[in-house]
Write a protein that binds this ligand. Structure first.
Ligand SMILES: NC(=O)c1ccc[n+]([C@@H]2O[C@H](COP(=O)([O-])OP(=O)(O)OC[C@H]3O[C@@H](n4cnc5c(N)ncnc54)[C@H](O)[C@@H]3O)[C@@H](O)[C@H]2O)c1
Length: 253
């Protein structure tokens, strides 16, 4: 994959899909800015990349805070001189139904939609100075299908899907491609937290989730990272404004 010599910013890269993506981009030669609110996880990912001979910096940033969101793109320019790739991965998981309060809605929208928009705005300024770029957003099967008691989360993932198309249109003339990946169920801290909330064991969770995917299993963060790497790379140079399902066939039938 052609990302060698490129500079990438991955939000929410302290764990899960974001961490796997940061490490895979670094393995393929990109310098990586790791943005997250989790300092311990973020510095661990940074140290693993450095130990493997890659280039990385960690920046503490809550993407729902405008100044912190903007600081991520600045860090890319300060540390590595440019920005070519943005992976909008950070998200909060407010899994609520009709009884969600205004505060629940704000928590979900402020991070997943507005935070993503804030990071993207700052990143685009640096990408323009760098001569173009590629943005990969994390949408979801939840952008397409209804799941019980998920409306506060699914609404944000549907928004990300449409933001991908709108921004692909608006940024094409800047040489910036915008795409998204739509994972099925992936085993991460977020899914483990969900199991904890609903009182499910790992075995029960997998038994419930695996059959929803044609491949009869859940996915790994690394499998999503490979799809992100492709869309971020020059190998996807004629692909913009679209989504790639990484869902083991969940939405095929
Ligand atoms: N796990 C799944 O099954 C699944 C499925 C479809 C889509 N996704 C999407 O993939 C992305 C990553 O999910 P994951 O499962 O790896 O989650 P995760 O919880 O393992 O990782 C998310 C990371 O985002 C960080 N984060 C949360 N709020 C933040 C904020 N305000 N500012 C900066 N960082 C913040 C967390 O600290 C964490 O490191 C999300 O966008 C999610 O919606 C996940």
């Amino acid at each position: 994959m052609r990302v060698s010599q490129k500079v990438a910013l991955v939000t929410g890269a302290a764990d899960g899909i974001g961490a796997a993506t940061a490490e895979l981009l670094a393995e393929h030669g990109a310098a990586v800015v790791i943005g997250d609110i989790d300092d311990r996880g973020g510095t661990e990912v940074r140290d693993r990349i450095l130990a493997a001979g890659g280039k990385a910096v960690f920046v503490h940033a809550d993407i729902s805070r405008p100044a912190e969101a903007a600081s991520l793109a600045s860090a890319a320019e300060t540390s590595f001189g440019r920005l070519d790739i943005l992976v909008n991965n950070a998200a909060t998981f407010v899994l609520m139904g009709i009884d969600a309060t205004p505060e629940d809605w704000h928590r979900s929208l402020d991070v997943n939609v507005i935070g993503t928009a804030l990071v993207t705005h700052a990143a685009v300024q640096v990408m323009r100075r760098s001569g173009g770029g590629a943005i990969v957003n994390l949408a979801s099967i939840s952008s397409f299908v209804a799941q019980p008691q998920f409306v506060t989360y699914s609404a944000t993932k549907a928004a990300i899907l449409q933001m991908t198309r709108n921004l692909a249109l608006d940024l094409a003339s800047d040489g910036i491609r915008v795409n998204c990946v739509c994972p099925g169920t992936i085993l991460t801290r977020a899914s483990r937290d969900h199991m904890g909330r609903v009182g499910m064991s790992l075995a029960d969770f997998i038994a419930a989730e695996a059959p929803k995917h044609l491949l009869n299993r859940v996915g790994t963060p690394r499998e999503v990272a490979h799809a992100i790497l492709f869309l971020a790379s020059d190998d996807a140079s004629f692909i913009t404004g679209t989504h790639l399902m990484v869902d083991g066939g969940y939405t095929a039938v």
